[in-house]
Design a protein around this ligand. Structure first.
Ligand SMILES: *Cc1c(COP(=O)(O)O)cnc(C)c1O
Length: 429
């Protein structure tokens, strides 16, 4: 059994300074009856906490670190860049370079704007959809999370699902009323909604591979229905690929499903561990952004040179071969874990796409938030406590996705299979 003594002491100080002792709620271990583990450093696939414990990390800063922690090339480039200054508030060549790189992966982004978080990217994309269509209503899907701007905090996933909050207090009622929600993967519900409100709908925002209610890929026919309806009614289709971008497929869900959205939002991997988000898409829509148009968007640190460099050096190292290797590792992992659960009589559903994976403690298929909520939360808590004490670092919530990096080895996969198998055999059902 490992000790968390120093983390527990640090947490006692932190709760006096920050709500929940953390700067983002999903980091709190409230949900798993523990206190957060304070991290000292990370290298490649491993995390090390302040008590000296080592972990195989499947959270990877909640997705961004596709090359693992402190990748040598990223760190070297950051050191060279920082010597030239940290921010100029004026254009740099790095911004052209990352935009060109992004277009290679996501050609539907004919123009784009860099921002400093996924939240800013989705908030700006929603404003743009409203400004472009001159309509107010936005459609989102129950259990999808699109950051913490007012319009998008209705029936959302991630921390809101973890802590059982429908709409955050503080979101004005009139703002919440402009956000219409329907179940994920439900073609009949969205078709019906468009029949009733189609002419008022500015845009539909969706995680084309949902990762914030646990891992729930969309059905192709569902995404095709969204494409057809938004085209028919003149609404903007926004794929929020902040998580799925560079993850479920090197070229994002829009390539995986072969469906082109009007606007795309990216974040996480594109910043290589620094604060970055992007929104972009059709030129005809993007040219409504200030100063070309009147839909306002700005940011003091947007396009920050350090953030751009971390993104460039991350994207430059991605190729089909590394994706195929990561995907093959996850294939082996998921197959073995399902078999181990079956053998031990644990009800378990596990899936992966590209470099994302996720599991539920209920019988599949898991296709929407109602299915997700049937996962056994108490078992998850006992299971989580068991595996974290044996060096497997997972998200402390049943509503999150797990990831893999280029640095995870076959030996890591073996160790993970061993620990999960022991958990299935030994954790009280
Ligand atoms: C993480 C996430 C966001 C928010 O990004 P932040 O950088 O945390 O603001 C938005 N959309 C999706 C799909 C995400 O996974």
């Amino acid at each position: 059994m490992i000790s968390f003594e120093k983390s527990i002491a640090a947490y006692k100080e932190a709760v006096k300074l920050m709500p929940g002792g953390v700067n983002s709620p999903v980091r709190a271990y409230k949900n798993v009856d523990m206190t957060p583990i304070f991290i000292e450093r990370g290298k490649n696939q491993n995390l090390y906490d302040i008590d000296g414990n080592a972990y195989i990390d499947y959270v990877l800063s909640w997705g961004p670190l596709i090359l693992g922690h402190a990748d040598d090339e990223v760190i070297k480039a950051l050191k060279d860049t920082i010597d030239k200054g940290t921010s100029f508030g004026a254009p740099t060549l790095l911004e052209n370079k990352i935009a060109e790189l992004v277009q290679k992966f996501v050609p539907s982004m004919e123009m784009m704007r860099m921002v400093s978080s996924g939240t800013e990217a989705t908030m700006s994309a929603v404003r743009l959809a409203r400004g472009y269509t001159k309509r107010d209503k936005i459609v989102k899907f129950i259990g999808c999370y699109h950051g913490h701007s007012d319009s998008l905090l209705v029936d959302a996933g991630s921390g809101l699902a973890t802590f059982d909050i429908n709409t955050s207090p503080g979101v004005p009622k009139n703002v919440a009323l402009e956000t219409l929600t329907v179940p994920y993967n439900d073609e009949a519900a969205i078709t019906d909604l468009f029949k009733r409100h189609g002419d008022e709908i500015a845009g539909v925002i969706v995680e084309p591979v949902a990762g914030n209610m646990g891992f729930v890929p969309a059905k192709k026919s569902f995404l095709q229905t969204l494409r057809d309806l938004t085209t028919k009614y003149g609404s903007v289709l926004i794929f929020d690929e902040v998580m799925s971008g560079f993850r479920c497929d090197m070229r994002g869900a829009q390539h995986l499903y072969d469906i082109k959205p009007d606007l795309t939002t990216l974040g996480k991997v594109i910043g290589g561990g620094l604060p970055v988000g992007t929104f972009g898409g059709k030129r005809e829509i993007m040219k409504n952004i200030t100063p070309d148009g009147k839909v306002y968007h700005a940011g003091t640190l947007s396009g920050n040179p350090l953030a751009m460099m971390a993104g460039i050096k991350t994207l430059e190292q991605l190729n089909q071969e590394t994706y195929d290797q990561m995907s093959a590792k996850l294939d082996r992992l998921c197959t073995a874990l399902q078999a181990a659960a079956d053998k031990n009589g644990v009800t378990f559903t596990i899936r992966h796409r590209g470099t994302m994976w996720g599991y539920f403690f209920n019988k599949g298929p898991v296709e929407n938030f109602a299915d997700v909520q049937k996962s056994d939360k108490d078992y998850f808590t006992r299971f989580f406590q068991y595996v974290i004490q044996r060096g497997i670092y997972l998200a402390p919530s049943p509503y999150e996705t797990s990831f893999i990096s280029t640095k995870h080895t076959d030996a890591d996969i073996d160790k993970t299979i061993e620990v999960f198998s022991d958990a299935f055999a030994n954790v009280e059902k």
